[in-house]
Design a protein around this ligand. Structure first.
Ligand code: TXA
Ligand code: MG
Length: 330
């Protein structure tokens, strides 16, 4: 059931559901989450079951403010503190050493925990109402079936889990791709997942080089968002340079079938047959991130079998989008 976030009673209803051990479709500025009380093992188990996600894949725990962090972690390195100060509330998740008796199931049994304070006003309101009742953290992976495209609207969440799930409608997500994840447990910051907050911004905020996981000797934690094939629509996705799709489209001519194209430039009129669905790829990286998952879902809904995506520029602000479309194509 979708309930409107405009009604303060609904925000309380959402928080009450979480505190009672129920699942909730929670709006955040990145994507919608499938939320549960992070310290309630039975509730957390419902998340893994609903998503079909392996139970050893850790979930992100959402907190109302950095004051709640000490309920979950044993230590916050100075560089992690700097990142928190600069980017919270916002689309940044920090992996920190976990206090043994907290959020064990949510953390997938690892001795670390991923924490994030989201900036969506409704997410914050729900988290504050939960904290008022002693629920300090809310575990929430993206509200999609394991391996599928993340949801950026309440309707997307309902399409994944049906009407039995309580979903708080917070409108379309601003950011559109999942949070940047920085592992802060290895002495230096390590980028586990790129997002809207770029590599450059992270390095500037903490004054340290941001490492890549594969460049470090110790094993990287399990992270489903880092599996090669993820964020996949039903249609087959292919990444192409501009000249490449132009040539391929010209070769197919106007009789194209079940094909979708996401490119900056619109194909020539004579190629725009009924079998081609075209959507404009924004030239701005943030706008492209905002549109990405809903464009993929829309292509799927139109029954296309193949999706061609124009390769965005190889610059830091496009890293999050490039990462998602590369995984969608894998
Ligand atoms: O933007 C987001 O981060 C969204 C919204 C709902 O907040 N959440 C999200 O959750 O993307 P999920 O579960 O789809 O992705 C969480 C990622 C996973 O790849 C998970 O493995 C990683 O975070 N993660 C969580 N805790 C971790 C830990 N202790 N160590 C390593 N990776 C962790
Ligand atoms: Mg996910």
């Amino acid at each position: 059931m979708i309930i409107s976030g405009n009604n303060p009673a609904h925000v309380q209803q959402a928080a009450d559901a979480l505190c009672a051990g129920e699942l909730l479709g929670l709006p955040t500025e990145t994507v919608y989450g499938l939320a549960a009380d992070a310290n309630n093992e039975t509730a957390v188990a419902k998340i893994f079951k609903a998503k079909g996600r392996p139970a050893n894949h850790p979930l992100i725990v959402h907190v109302a403010s950095s004051a709640s962090v000490n309920n979950f972690v044993s230590e916050v390195p100075a560089f992690a503190q700097a990142l928190m100060t600069q980017f919270w509330p916002g689309p940044l998740t920090l992996i920190l050493p976990r206090l043994p008796d907290t959020a064990a199931a949510a953390a997938g049994g690892q001795n670390s925990v991923g924490l994030r304070c989201p900036s969506h006003p409704l997410a914050l309101a729900v988290l504050k109402a939960c904290a008022d009742k002693g629920v300090w953290g809310v575990a929430a992976p993206s509200a999609n079936m394991f391996g599928r495209v993340s949801p950026t609207s309440a309707a997307h969440v309902q399409a994944e889990f049906g009407d039995a799930l309580l979903i708080l409608d917070g409108g379309e997500c601003d950011v559109g791709i999942e949070s940047t994840i920085v592992d802060c447990t290895r002495g230096v910051p390590v980028l586990l997942r790129p997002g809207q907050i770029s590599r450059t911004q992270i390095e500037q905020a903490c004054g340290l080089k941001l490492h890549n996981p594969d460049a470090l000797p110790t094993a990287a934690p399990r992270a489903s968002g880092t599996l090669a094939s993820h964020y996949a629509p039903s249609a087959k996705v292919r990444l192409m340079q501009t000249a490449e799709w132009q040539k391929a489209l010209a070769a197919l001519g106007p009789h194209t079938q079940n094909l979708a194209l996401w490119s900056v430039e619109k194909p020539a009129n004579e190629l725009m047959g009924a079998g081609l669905v075209w959507r404009a790829l924004p030239a701005d990286a943030n706008q492209a991130a905002h549109d990405l998952f809903s464009v993929l879902r829309d292509f799927d809904a139109r029954g296309v079998r193949t999706i061609w995506i124009e390769m965005p520029p190889d610059t830091p602000e496009w890293e999050g989008v490039r990462d998602r479309i590369q995984r969608a194509a894998a």
